[in-house]
Design a protein around this ligand. Structure first.
Ligand SMILES: Nc1ncnc2c1ncn2[C@@H]1O[C@H](COP(=O)(O)OP(=O)(O)OP(=O)(O)O)[C@@H](O)[C@H]1O
Length: 700
C-alpha cells in the first residue's frame, strides 16, 4: 500500500536509479560495453596467457589503456598480490587515466587503482593496477631489478619512442629473460652469451622470496610500427583490435596556410559560429604561443553577437601547475563552449570530456640535439603521421567528431610515418647514469631498439665524467656517481646537492632544486600587473633567480612558522599560508608541490649521509656553490649584450622573465641549456642559426 503524508497525498520513494551518481555509473557501464575492445576480452586474455610478449595495435579510443588492465586483473593476473604496471610517456595521461579507471572500478584512487609519477605517488599496498610514467618504472628497476612485484608490464603509447620508453624496452627484455631463467631449473645451463649485459646483471642478482613467474610484456599503441617492434622482440606476436567507437571526419585546407596561428584562430571561430555543440581542442607548439592565442581569442570574443554561445578558453601545457592542467578535463559550464589550447601533452592517451572538434596545425616543438656542441634545443617541426592520427583521435571519444588539419592533404602524405626516437635527439647523460647504476657498463653494447650515435654517447659520458659521476675508465664512481644516480633528479642538480654539502649550503640548494622542480612559482593576473610586479620585488635578488626563489621559500616558511607559533594547527596554518600566497602573487599549489619535493629530496639526502647545513645570509657562499655546480654551463657577456656559453660556444640571451634580464652581469652560469636557468634564469632565447623560420628560437 502506498503510504500518505499528513496532507493525504501519496509519499514516493525513489529507487535511486535516477540519482546522478547512479546515472553516471550506468553510463560508464554502457560506454565500456560498447568499446571495440570489449568484444575481444577473452581472445586478448588467451593471447596474453599464450605469449610472454604481445604487441597490441588498436584505434585511438578503442579502450586499450583503460580496459586491458582491468581485463588482466579480472583474468587472474593480480593473484598473489601481483601488480599490473602500465607506463605512459606523460604524467598527465598517467594521472587522468588512473582516475578514470578507479571510477570505472568504483574504488577510491590509490586503492586497487593508482598512479605513480615523480614526486607524486598515490599507490598503496592494495594497488593492483598501477599507471605510471615510463621514467618512474626505470627508477623502480634500480631498487628491484627483476621488477618482481609486476606480473604484467604494459608499455603504452610505445609509438612515442621517448628516451625512457626505449631504455625501458631494452631493460624489460633483460628482466623477462632473467625471470624466465629464474623459473627454469636448468637456468645454469643457459649460455650466458644469450644475455646482454643487463640480462647478466639481473640474472646474477638473487631473487627475493618465492620463485618468480615470467613477466608478461605488452607493447601498445594506435599508431605503431608493429613489424619493427615484433622484430626487436624476436618475432613477437602482434594483434590488431578492429574498429573504433565513433567516426572522426578529417578535413584539410584547400591551400597552404601561411600563418598557422591565424588559421587556427579563424577555424576556432568558424566552428563556434557554424558547427553544433561540442568543445574544441587546438594543438599549438608551446606556452607562449598558447598564451598569445588565448589573448587573441579574448579580443575577438568581444566582437561576437551577444546571442551566440559563450566561449571559454583553457590552456594546458607541461609547465602549468597540475591543478590548472586539470581544468581542461572539467566540463564546460552550460551555455559555454570550451576551447582547449594544448601542446602535445594532450596528444596521446587522454580523453578530454566534451571534445568534438580538433584543430591540428601539424606542428610540434620537439627536442633536437646538436652533436657538435652537445647542446639540446627545442625546434618547431612538422609532426609525423602517427602524431596526426593521435591528435585526430582526441575527437570521437564520446560521439562522432571532426578534425581540422590546417594543411593540405598533399602535405599530410609527405609527413614521416613516425617520429624520430627521442634517444636520437637528446642529451643522454641522465639515461647513461641510470644504466650505469643498473650495472650496464657497456652502453654501446646495450640492446637499444635504435642505437643512439657514438658521438651522443661520448658527449654524455664526458659530461658525467666531468661531473665526477664516472671514473677514468667510465665506471660509476663511488660515492659520487652512485649518490647521483639515487637522486630522482637531472645529474647536474644531483651534483649540485653533493657539492652544496661541501660548501655548507645544502639547505639553500635543496630549496633551490625543489623550487626549480615545481611548476612556475609566480603568477601575474592580467588585471593586476602592477600589484604583482610590486609584490615580486620583495623577493627579488639582484644576484639571480635561484636566490630569488630561496627568498620566496624562506619567507613562506617564516609565515608558516609564525602561524604555528601563534597556536594555529596544521590546517589553519596552511590557510594562513594560502592567504600569504594570494597577497604575494605566489602560486600556492606550486609552493606546496615544492615543499613536498623538498621533503622528499631531503629524505634521500639524509639517507645518503650528506651534511645538511645552511650558509645563513652568506649568499656569496651559495653563489660560489652555484658556480661550482653548474660550471659546465658558464656563459660570458659579449659586446652586444648577448652571452656566449663557454662549453658549446652558442650565443644565448637572458629571458625577459628573469631578474637578471636588465642587470646583465659579466658572467653567469646556466643550469642546463635546454631547461635553462642562470643563477636562476628561467628561460633564455638562443639566436636561431638556421635559414628561414622564426627569427629567434625559444628554448624552454
Ligand atoms: N576520463 C574519461 N572521461 C570520459 N570518457 C573516458 C575517459 N577516459 C576514457 N573514456 C572513454 O573510454 C574510451 C577508451 O579510452 P582509452 O583511453 O582506453 O582508449 P585507447 O584505445 O587507449 O585510446 P588511445 O590510443 O587514444 O590512448 C574513450 O574513447 C572514452 O569513450
Amino acid at each position: 500500500m502506498v503510504s500518505k503524508n499528513s496532507e493525504g497525498t501519496p509519499k514516493w520513494k525513489s529507487n535511486g536509479n535516477n540519482h546522478p551518481q547512479n546515472l553516471r555509473r550506468q553510463l560508464i557501464v554502457q560506454q565500456r560495453k560498447s568499446l571495440p575492445i570489449a568484444s575481444v576480452e577473452k581472445r586478448l586474455l588467451e593471447e596474453v596467457r599464450k605469449h610472454d610478449i604481445l604487441i597490441i595495435v588498436g584505434e585511438t579510443g578503442s579502450g586499450k589503456t583503460t580496459q586491458l588492465p582491468q581485463f588482466l586483473c579480472n583474468g587472474g593476473f593480480c593473484r598473489d598480490g601481483k601488480v599490473i604496471g602500465i607506463t605512459q610517456p606523460r604524467r598527465v595521461a598517467a594521472v587522468t587515466v588512473a582516475k578514470r579507471v578507479a571510477e570505472e572500478c568504483e574504488v577510491e584512487l590509490g586503492q586497487k587503482v593508482g598512479y605513480s609519477i615523480r614526486f607524486d605517488d598515490t599507490t598503496s599496498a592494495t594497488t593492483r593496477i598501477k599507471y605510471m610514467t615510463d621514467g618512474l618504472l626505470l627508477r623502480e628497476a634500480l631498487l628491484d631489478p627483476l621488477l618482481s612485484r609486476y606480473s604484467v608490464v604494459i608499455v603504452d603509447e610505445a609509438h612515442e619512442r621517448t628516451v625512457h620508453t626505449d631504455v625501458l624496452l631494452g631493460l624489460l627484455k633483460g628482466v623477462q629473460l632473467a625471470r624466465s631463467l629464474e623459473g627454469r631449473k636448468d637456468a645454469n645451463s643457459v649460455p650466458l652469451k644469450e644475455a646482454n649485459n643487463v640480462q647478466n646483471r639481473v640474472s646474477l642478482k638473487p631473487c627475493q622470496g618465492s620463485k618468480l613467474s615470467p613477466l608478461k610484456l605488452i607493447i601498445m599503441s594506435a599508431s605503431l610500427d608493429a613489424r619493427g617492434f615484433s622484430e626487436y622482440f624476436g618475432g613477437a606476436k602482434a594483434v590488431h583490435i578492429q574498429g573504433r567507437q565513433y567516426p572522426v571526419d578529417i578535413l584539410y585546407t584547400h591551400h597552404a596556410e601561411p600563418d598557422y596561428v591565424d588559421a587556427a584562430l579563424i577555424t576556432i571561430f568558424q566552428i563556434h559560429m557554424n558547427e553544433g555543440p561540442g568543445d574544441i581542442l587546438v594543438f599549438l607548439t608551446g606556452q607562449e604561443e598558447i598564451e598569445s592565442v588565448e589573448k587573441l581569442i579574448h579580443e575577438r570574443v568581444q566582437k561576437l553577437p551577444e546571442s551566440s554561445l559563450r566561449l571559454s578558453v583553457v590552456p594546458i601545457f607541461s609547465s602549468l601547475p597540475s591543478e590548472k592542467q586539470m581544468l581542461a578535463f572539467k566540463p564546460a559550464l552550460s551555455g559555454t563552449r570550451k576551447v582547449i589550447l594544448a601542446t602535445n601533452i594532450a596528444e596521446t592517451s587522454v580523453t578530454i570530456p566534451g571534445i568534438k572538434y580538433v584543430i591540428d596545425p601539424g606542428l610540434v616543438k620537439a627536442r633536437s640535439y646538436n652533436h657538435r656542441t652537445g647542446m639540446e634545443s627545442l625546434i618547431i617541426t612538422p609532426i609525423s603521421k602517427a602524431q596526426a592520427l593521435q591528435r585526430s583521435g582526441r575527437a570521437g571519444r564520446e560521439g562522432p567528431g571532426k578534425c581540422f588539419r590546417l594543411y593540405q592533404e598533399s602535405e599530410f602524405a609527405k609527413l614521416v610515418d613516425s617520429t624520430t626516437p627521442e634517444i636520437k635527439r637528446c642529451n643522454l647523460a641522465n639515461v647513461i647514469l641510470q644504466l650505469k647504476a643498473l650495472g650496464v657498463d657497456d652502453i654501446m653494447g646495450f640492446d637499444f631498439m635504435e642505437k643512439p650515435s657514438r658521438t651522443a654517447i661520448a658527449n654524455s659520458l664526458e659530461q658525467l665524467f666531468l661531473l665526477g659521476a664516472l671514473t677514468d675508465d667510465y665506471k660509476l664512481s663511488d660515492p659520487v656517481g652512485s649518490q647521483m644516480a639515487r637522486l630522482p633528479l637531472d645529474p647536474i642538480y644531483s651534483k649540485a646537492l653533493i657539492v652544496a654539502s661541501e660548501f655548507n649550503c645544502l639547505e639553500e640548494m635543496l630549496i633551490s632544486v625543489a623550487m626549480l622542480s615545481a611548476e612556475s612559482m609566480f603568477y601575474t593576473p592580467r588585471d593586476k600587473l602592477d600589484e604583482a610586479r610590486d609584490a615580486r620585488k620583495c623577493f627579488t635578488s639582484v644576484d639571480g633567480d635561484h636566490l630569488t626563489l630561496v627568498s620566496v621559500y624562506r619567507a613562506s616558511a617564516e609565515c608558516l612558522e609564525k602561524s604555528r607559533l601563534a597556536g594555529s594547527k596544521d590546517k589553519k596554518a596552511e590557510k594562513t599560508l594560502n592567504k600569504w600566497c594570494r597577497e604575494n602573487f605566489i602560486n600556492s599549489r606550486s609552493l606546496k608541490h615544492a615543499r613536498d619535493i623538498h621533503s622528499q629530496i631531503r629524505g634521500h639526502v639524509e639517507q645518503m649521509g650528506l651534511h645538511i647545513t645552511s650558509c645563513g645570509d652568506d649568499m656569496l657562499q651559495f653563489r660560489r656553490c652555484l658556480a661550482a655546480s653548474f660550471f659546465l654551463n658558464a656563459a660570458l657577456k659579449q659586446h652586444d649584450g648577448s652571452y656566449r656559453a663557454l662549453a658549446s660556444s652558442q650565443t644565448v640571451q637572458i629571458h625577459p622573465s628573469s631578474v637578471l634580464f636588465r642587470a646583465k652581469p659579466e658572467c653567469i652560469v646556466v643550469y642546463q641549456m635546454s631547461s635553462i636557468l642562470y643563477f636562476g634564469i628561467k628561460r633564455v632565447v638562443i639566436s636561431h642559426l638556421g635559414k628561414g623560420g622564426k627569427k629567434n628560437q625559444q628554448i624552454k
